[in-house]
Design a protein around this ligand. Structure first.
Ligand code: G
Ligand code: G
Ligand code: MN
Ligand code: NA
Length: 254
């Protein structure tokens, strides 16, 4: 069993690393950005996935220093990719509700963005519907502030929770990530197809960008393109991979 002490040690020993999954323009197939996904390279246990430690990080409060590490790392990576000629690429980071509402988050983001000399709009902040369980006004104020500062806010796993519409009504977000269970049904389940099209239309009406998550087949990509989805992410194009493999991809595709 992993303990709080293990996590602290991992953080102190710099054992975390980020893998990146490309996000692709549905029409052109061009890479438009990356989602950063944390992994823990444990000296004895090997590679540990977030499913095995994020909950512990949240319950112990270590999610804030871990989230800060992720932001700093992602900002540095954006700078590197900018220098390699990838000028408009964004990196999305996953933030837990607790960290998202932390008083220091806006200051910390600005510090990292300044140090890395990148634009705030290249950093996308992903939050899940769980954040809606918190004080709605506090969440709305936080999103407004971050937007004014130039950051984009994205709703992850959209449609999976029970409060999807509350989000759209109260929170000035920029992007919706359509939960992969709906994408999964594309092509074999007419209901999923209806749900995905409806989410995309809704997003269009509200001026929001859409990303289809968990795209595993060509058929799913084709349908998303046909439905007018902006971007996609999924194993069909690429799994989340270490930064070296992304750099190789950039070299190959320019
Ligand atoms: O890539 P993977 O299957 O391991 O991701 C599993 C889950 O962990 C996803 O829901 C993802 O949002 C979450 N996750 C990945 N990286 C981070 C992170 O840096 N911070 C937080 N809070 N969650 C993350
Ligand atoms: O919850 P969030 O969307 O942040 O988590 C991203 C998770 O989705 C990561 O764990 C990543 O490994 C996983 N993922 C990304 N693409 C696919 C896919 O095509 N199929 C499946 N099953 N999982 C995916
Ligand atoms: Mn995510
Ligand atoms: Na998701």
């Amino acid at each position: 069993m992993l303990s709080e002490m293990n996590l602290r040690r991992g953080l102190d020993m710099n054992e975390f690393k980020l893998h990146y999954q490309p996000q692709v323009n549905c029409r052109t197939g061009e890479v438009s950005g990356f989602e950063a996904l944390i992994r823990w390279q444990h000296p004895e246990r090997g590679l540990i996935f977030p499913g095995d430690f994020i909950e512990l990080a949240e319950s112990t409060g270590l999610i804030t220093p871990i989230g800060e590490w992720v932001i700093k790392q992602a900002a540095g990576q954006i700078r590197e990719w900018n220098e390699q000629g990838l000028k408009n690429a964004t990196v999305s980071v996953n933030l837990s509700p607790r960290h998202f509402l932390h008083h220091n988050l806006p200051f910390y983001l600005d510090k990292c963005v300044k140090e890395a000399n990148i634009k705030p709009k290249s950093l996308v902040l992903e939050i899940t519907e769980n954040v809606a369980l918190e004080d709605t006004e506090a969440v709305a104020n936080r999103i407004n502030l971050l937007r004014e500062m130039g950051y984009s806010v994205s709703i992850d796993d959209f449609g999976k929770g029970y409060s999807a519409f509350i989000y759209l009504q109260h929170f000035p977000i920029q992007q919706i990530k359509i939960d992969r269970q709906f994408i999964n049904g594309l092509g074999n389940d007419p209901k999923s197809s209806g749900i995905v099209q409806t989410i995309i239309h809704l997003a269009e009406m509200l001026g929001l960008q859409t990303i289809g998550e968990g795209v595993e087949t060509k058929q799913q990509w084709d349908l998303l393109k046909q439905f007018g989805c902006s971007e996609l992410q999924g194993f069909y194009f690429s799994r989340p991979v270490p930064v070296d493999e992304i750099n190789e991809l950039i070299r190959k595709h320019g």
